[in-house]
Write a protein that binds this ligand. Structure first.
Ligand code: PHE
Length: 438
């Protein structure tokens, strides 16, 4: 097939791994994870979260890679190749990633705002930004940056960009966390973060939140990993890269926890303030610290880079799907996705300007995060697992999961994917909906 011959392939296995780490490690690790830990009683959240990451994360991530690698196609085409009608499942997943991307870019824009204000040594508050139309300008700039990376293709754009960015990210995060834990009072923050509470294992709400956060953080359910897997060479094995990606992503979340809770506790702030934890509290904390403007600039550069590499992964999902389904050039597909993302993201950007666009009295962006970041991603993962485990030939799935690996997934893995995983996800969606409305 012509499209198969022309399809780009990662230049190296490390390039693939770094791109997946770039996709997984995002503002979900540094902004979402700490605030969710803070809302769910600190260490009480950690065990369920880690259990979901290890228990489900490894096999689900491998499944996405295996399907992408086998069909060498976008999410829409891959599912279409399993069964014609399943292309609609692919379209649904691509739409979810487009929706998540649309507000994710707005949040990266805010990070850009703090980054530039600290870099200019002027300290600004979140409200000062939302009193202006800055959200729109920064959203458009960030969307253009991501489009430029995607426009350069898989090797020249995505692989190169991630290789540099992930290295920058890790080299900022490690010394910065090491510094934070030496601050006076930091120890209380760390013990809040890591002291386990086994009674939390009986709390269904914690399990629901842990599942949602694990999927979001590992980039599951968006088709991003399947798309990256589709650029793999035939001989690439999957287990080792998967374990490397998951361990690095988890290590970054844990380091971010050390960093944020050390800062929060050493400044006598409350860890359970919810979503604004990073944007409302940290700028204040930096402003009151010695060398605060430098530290603030460093911290927000970290978030900015982490966000961009994840946004690149999300952008590639609809781009590859449009390119293949409409048989168009990468350039055109990229422009179409840019147009769509700007149109869908504009109300989110406007919701944090004087216009304050709202749905049901909540800001449009918060509404999007709730609907797509929590339910959309989880539902999309459900659609993916069901489409593959129920409709793709069982032996073919196992063959691709186990190819070139000394460890072999047993036959019953398929039954777990067919029955246990969907049941768990449905349970979690229902529970979190009930608790959210309680
Ligand atoms: N994993 C990213 C984060 O933690 C978010 C993301 C979700 C990226 C889905 C790509 C796909 O921020």
């Amino acid at each position: 097939m012509k499209s198969d011959i022309e399809r780009e392939e990662w230049k190296s296995s490390s390039g693939f791994i770094l791109a997946c780490i770039g996709s997984a490690v995002g503002i979900g690790n540094i902004w979402r994870f700490p605030y969710i830990v803070g809302e769910n009683g600190g260490g009480a959240f950690l065990i369920p979260f880690l259990m979901v990451v290890v228990g489900l994360g490894i096999s689900l991530m491998m499944l996405e890679f295996a399907v992408g690698k086998y069909f060498r196609s976008s999410i829409v085409k891959s599912l279409e190749k399993i069964k014609n009608n399943l292309k609609w499942s692919g379209v649904f997943i691509a739409c979810v990633s487009l929706a998540v991307l649309s507000y994710y870019l707005v949040v990266i824009g805010w990070i850009g705002f703090f980054l530039s204000s600290f870099a200019a040594e002027t300290f600004m508050e979140f409200e000062q930004m939302t009193d202006t139309y800055f959200s729109i300008v920064s959203f458009l700039v960030v969307a253009l940056i991501v489009m430029a990376v995607i426009g350069k293709g898989v090797i020249g754009g995505i692989e190169k960009f991630n290789k540099i960015s992930v290295l920058i990210l890790i080299s900022i995060l490690i010394p910065f966390s090491a510094y934070a834990v030496t601050l006076p009072g930091a120890f209380d923050g760390i013990s809040y973060f890591i002291t386990p509470d086994f009674s939390s294992l009986y709390n269904p709400k914690i399990w629901a939140t842990a599942l949602g956060q694990a999927f979001f953080s590992l980039s599951l359910g968006s088709g991003a990993l399947l798309t990256y897997g589709s650029y793999l060479g035939k001989r690439q094995f999957l287990l080792k890269p998967t374990i490397t990606i998951i361990s690095t992503n988890t290590a970054v979340s844990i380091l971010a926890g050390f960093l944020i809770f050390s800062l929060v506790f050493s400044n006598n702030q409350s860890p359970s303030q919810g979503l604004p934890l990073v944007f409302n509290i940290l700028p204040d904390i930096f402003a009151s610290m010695e060398h605060g403007t430098v530290l603030g600039a460093v911290f927000f550069s970290l978030l900015f880079v982490a966000g961009l590499t994840s946004a690149v992964g999300l952008f590639q999902v609809p781009t590859a799907s449009i390119q293949e389904s409409l048989k168009t050039s990468r350039r055109k597909a990229t422009l179409i996705v840019f147009g769509l993302v700007v149109a869908i993201g504009m109300p989110s950007a406007l919701s944090y300007t004087p216009l304050e666009i709202q749905v049901n009295q909540i800001k449009f962006l918060d509404f999007m995060d709730d609907i797509f970041g929590t339910y959309g991603i989880t539902l999309a993962e459900l659609v993916f697992v069901v489409s593959v485990s129920w409709f793709m030939c069982k032996t073919r799935i196992l063959e691709n999961l186990n190819k070139n690996s000394r460890f072999n997934f047993p036959d019953w893995t398929i039954y777990v994917m067919k029955f246990v995983v969907p049941a768990l996800i449905i349970f979690v969606i229902i529970f979190s909906a009930i608790f959210d409305n309680a």
